[in-house]
Design a protein around this ligand. Structure first.
Ligand SMILES: Cc1cc2nc3c(=O)[nH]c(=O)nc-3n(C[C@H](O)[C@H](O)[C@H](O)COP(=O)(O)OP(=O)(O)OC[C@H]3O[C@@H](n4cnc5c(N)ncnc54)[C@H](O)[C@@H]3O)c2cc1C
Length: 450
């Protein structure tokens, strides 16, 4: 049985007409490199339940002030062509990465364990645990440095933090192995397909069921909580050992996001053509500017020129907007709990690379960190990845334990993005937590014993 506080299931995978009738916006996740790379999703027949991924011609584009753009394509060679003097160094890096990725992806997107391919994993780990700013020193062109920084900034941390290259390498490997798709009809199609499959197996879903206490739940051998440590403590804290409780209390949340959705009269008029063909566009110009934006935000400030992640699903999925009209989705990072309205600063960043953008806006919908947390209580202070994934919390989220999914109380598990492998839509936190519960309760062997 699955219970959900909201009146619909989906969590970070809901879509709705947030602005005007007929304009379908992804309220949270929009781009799905991790879903298509998920070893778990590969094993379930989601297409039979209505899921269709659409792959934009360009996974991510990165415009510069001189109106040129770097771009991440599925093809390594095509990507390298956009990277000026770094054409060959990128090609070497990406080819080696992809070769390893095909063997190690299931090990990377999993809790810490002894890997199946230790050599490939060690090669990946050495690169992945280098701060993105240091890693970028291998590049010489503004194109490669900028593209790299924009991808690394998905980590929601200062680019000088050790794990930021891990995020970039995973997203680059995902782009070159599969792509960065959108879900036809909106991200909700993924939630609906998962729910339909669950029901087909005999699962029961109850919505409008906000869990505040264990007493509300039916008796069960195992309860898996798709929530973060802060909420778990409120609901089940009295069941935990004092050491486990102390560990959860020390858990740290990171930057929040300020999100905007636009209904548009026409596509965004990016000056650089590649940006008009891309599902995702990173607006931050140079590595230096992006690194500064992330550092300032982490220090509790609101940059004048924030790094903006923008998606334009309606360019590839006509079902998102009335004929000839478009939607766009964007957010920038802000300090946790910020209530500052970043609308003007985000729109200025879009206008900078797409003059005339503002004239195309028909309507908009914005959410600051408080509104994001009100919308989904998992987004504490606007943190959309369930807690900082820095070196101290990447492998030990939410606490240092043999199985990160198992709490100190029998039959109580945690399965949200506050567990490995962390934020993003991939279903793997729930998958590994379920494996662990099956092992404990029904003695079904868990995958390598997590
Ligand atoms: C603006 C935004 C943009 C994003 N973009 C992307 C993207 O493009 N690609 C990507 O891969 N990821 C993206 N993410 C991140 C991704 O959505 C999350 O990392 C992911 O959804 C986390 O999954 P989860 O299972 O931990 O929690 P959630 O998806 O948040 O699901 C938790 C569910 O539990 C429910 N719940 C919470 N508390 C209770 C309670 N007490 N009782 C009952 N039900 C409760 C919530 O309502 C929710 O439905 C984005 C997130 C946001 C907010």
């Amino acid at each position: 049985m699955l219970v959900e506080a909201n009146n619909s299931i989906g969590g970070g995978m809901r879509s709705a007409a947030l602005t005007l009738p007929g304009f379908i916006h992804d309220i949270c996740s929009a781009i799905h490199p991790l879903a298509v790379s998920s070893p778990f999703f590969k094993t379930i027949p989601l297409e039979q339940y209505g899921l269709e991924f659409i792959y934009p011609a360009v996974a991510a584009a990165h415009p510069f002030d001189d109106h040129t753009a770097a771009a991440l394509y599925t093809s390594i060679a095509q990507t390298a062509e956009t990277l000026g003097a770094d054409k060959f160094s990128y090609q070497d890096l990406a080819e080696a990465l992809l070769k390893d990725w095909l063997q190690i992806s299931a090990d990377v997107l999993a809790p810490l364990h002894f890997p199946k391919h230790p050599v490939g994993m060690a090669r990946f780990g050495l690169k992945a645990l280098t701060p993105a700013t240091r890693f970028a020193k291998r590049f010489h062109s503004k194109e490669a440095k900028g593209l790299w920084a924009g991808i690394a900034a998905h980590a929601l941390q200062p680019l000088s933090n050790a794990t930021t290259s891990a995020t970039a390498l995973v997203l680059i490997a995902a782009a070159h192995s599969k792509g960065w798709p959108v879900a036809k009809g909106g991200s909700v199609a993924l939630a609906n397909a998962l729910a339909s499959y669950f029901v087909s197996l005999g699962g029961i879903i109850e919505t409008n069921f906000y869990v505040r206490s264990l007493d509300q739940l039916p008796s069960a051998h195992a309860v898996l909580f798709d929530i973060t440590p802060k909420q778990l403590l409120q609901i089940a804290g009295h069941k935990f050992s004092s050491f486990y409780k102390w560990q959860l209390q020390r858990y740290r949340y990171g930057m929040g996001v300020f999100k905007i959705d636009w209904a548009l009269d026409a596509p965004i008029p990016f000056t650089a053509v590649t940006c008009r063909q891309s599902g995702t566009v990173h607006l931050g110009n140079t590595l230096e500017e992006i690194a500064l934006s992330e550092q300032l935000t982490s220090d509790g400030k609101h940059p004048e020129k924030p790094f903006v992640l923008l998606a334009q699903p309606s360019l590839f999925d006509a079902s998102r907007a009335p004929k000839g009209k478009h939607t766009a989705w964007a957010y920038c990072h802000v300090p946790n709990g910020s209530e500052v309205d970043m609308t003007d600063r985000i729109e200025k960043q879009v206008e900078r690379f797409a003059p005339g953008f503002r004239d195309r806006i028909l309507a908009k919908h914005v959410m600051n960190t408080t509104q994001i947390e009100e919308y989904n209580p998992n987004y504490i202070g606007g943190d959309i990845v369930g807690g900082v994934a820095d070196i101290a919390q990447l492998f030990t989220r939410p606490a240092l334990r043999l199985s990160p999914y198992k709490t100190s109380a029998k039959g109580i598990y945690i399965c949200s993005s506050s567990t490995p492998p962390g934020g993003g839509v991939h279903g793997l936190c729930g998958y590994y937590a379920a494996k662990r519960a099956l092992k404990d309760v029904f003695k079904i062997p868990a995958h390598r014993g997590y």
